[in-house]
Design a protein around this ligand. Structure first.
Ligand code: UGA
Length: 434
């Protein structure tokens, strides 16, 4: 099939490259000329395992192209995916300017009947608006059908997720459009669920909100475990064995970050508010997460008293391992809070230093060497569970730090291992070792 993808951000690029890998002819477009030029040379602007080789192979095979000219991309496409950003407005609502602009551009450029398939995360009713915009500008007699096809890709494992997803959601009122998309996705052998358009839009928000709720729930239980002497890992394992609960997303820690959960939970609260429903549960999920993200600083003050003049090694900047993404990462809030308390901060991350520097500037030091981060530090705070951190021999904390105190925001180490070393160790929802 001839496919166009609007937007070469995270979702658009993965979608375009993976559809080309399936054998389709794909042309991706973006308003950012620099990005298009970079992609034409086979280099990826984002850090995602496995993406760059797949991008290069498909460029060489001629199945994948990039252009900043929307007309080139849309004019004879059978399916156009909209995968542009929906950033957060000041009030927490989703900003739909890019989505609406893409719809307008599609309407102006199409020369055939087309199916427009929305991958961007958009509030309920947006696909109707997309159809309205396209209809209002497209040249007659061409038809445009819309399909809501939300994505469930995780950063760091997006390619695996594309080819092995749990489900594909196709929300549309058009039987022919649903049939065409079904044909497109059939080789993946992933269960396809067909719904009306609005339900598909809601499935995306409800999925992310539910996962965020699981995380805040386990973090609340962790807080009680800490005070009662129970161990959150035993508790999470015990409850996760119940098939109705499931073992996933029960990892207690310093909360969720990234470009999706924080934004989508706020947008869903706003969406509910627009129809006069106060989403109390989700508001609490967000509140718990905000508290959780800076918890290490409160814990640090409990152990060290004042943080003034203390040297803190902040281990991990990315919002999770295997990505260079620092959007809404707990590490950023922790770093700012440490600076407010007059501590000095040296941060280690194997991938996210460049992105973090753009936010935090030179107020903190950065290093790509974990051991240098520990040198002469009074305190180490673990913010991301990178393998490099999880596999660091505990002896190194003792050798390098003044007198080792670790606040482990991601429960990277077993308490048994810690007890064999003379380290003060505070983790999330597990007994402290002081
Ligand atoms: C998330 C969803 O998992 C994807 O299904 C969805 O497609 C994506 O958002 C999106 O809407 O685009 P992602 O943000 O890449 O994917 O990352 P996750 O792996 O879900 O992790 C999100 C955050 O939750 C991370 O900060 C992680 O550390 C935290 N987390 C996750 C926990 O604190 N505990 C857990 O048990 C699991």
């Amino acid at each position: 099939m001839k496919i166009a993808v609007a937007g070469t951000g995270y979702v658009g690029l993965i979608t375009g490259v993976c559809l080309a890998e399936m054998g389709h002819r794909v042309i991706c477009t973006d308003i950012k000329e620099e990005k298009i030029q970079l992609l034409k040379t086979g280099r990826s602007p984002i850090f995602e395992p496995g993406l760059e080789p797949m991008l290069k192979n498909n460029l060489l095979s001629g199945r994948l192209e990039f252009t900043s000219n929307p007309k080139m991309a849309y004019k004879d496409a059978e399916i156009i995916f909209i995968a542009v950003g929906t950033p957060e407005n000041h009030d927490g609502t989703a900003n739909l300017d890019y989505v609406h602009a893409a719809a307008y551009s599609i309407g102006m450029c199409i020369e055939n009947d087309v199916i427009v398939c929305t991958k961007s995360t958009v509030p309920v009713g947006t696909n109707d608006k997309i159809k309205e915009i396209i209809q209002s500008v497209k040249p007659p007699p061409h038809q445009a059908e819309v399909v809501s096809n939300p994505e469930f890709l995780r950063e760091g494992s997006a390619i695996i997720d594309f080819f092995n997803g749990d489900r594909i959601i196709l929300g549309t009122e058009s039987k022919s459009a649903a049939a065409k998309l079904e044909q497109l996705y059939l080789p993946l052998k992933i269960p396809i669920i067909k719904t009306d358009t609005k339900s598909a839009e809601m499935i995306k928000y409800a999925s992310n909100a539910f996962l965020a709720a699981k995380i805040s729930f386990i973090n609340e239980i962790a807080a009680i475990c800490e005070k009662t002497g129970a161990n959150i890992e035993e508790v999470a394992y015990g409850i996760g064995k119940d098939k109705r609960i499931g073992p996933y997303f029960l990892q207690a820690g310093i909360g969720y970050g990234g470009s999706c959960f924080p934004k989508d939970t706020k947008a869903l609260v706003q969406l509910a508010g627009n129809v006069q429903h106060k989403f109390d549960l989700l508001e609490s999920v967000i509140k718990v997460n905000n508290r959780q993200q800076t918890l290490p600083v409160s814990l640090a003050k409990n152990v060290l008293g004042s943080l003034e003049g203390k040297r803190v090694a902040l281990l991990g900047l990315a919002f999770k391992p295997d990505t260079d993404d620092v959007r809404e990462a707990a590490s950023l809030k922790i770093a700012k809070r440490l600076l407010e308390n007059d501590a000095s901060v040296i941060a280690y991350d194997p991938a996210a230093v460049t992105n973090a520097r753009q936010v935090l500037g030179d107020e903190i030091e950065y290093t790509l060497d974990l051991q240098i981060a520990l040198d002469n530090a009074d305190l180490a705070i673990i913010a991301t569970e990178w393998d490099q951190i999880k596999h660091l021999p505990l002896e190194l904390y003792i050798e390098r730090m003044k007198s080792p105190v670790i606040i482990d925001g991601r429960n990277c180490y077993s308490l048994r291992d810690i007890r064999r070393h003379s380290i003060s160790y505070i983790s999330i929802g597990r007994p402290s070792i002081i």
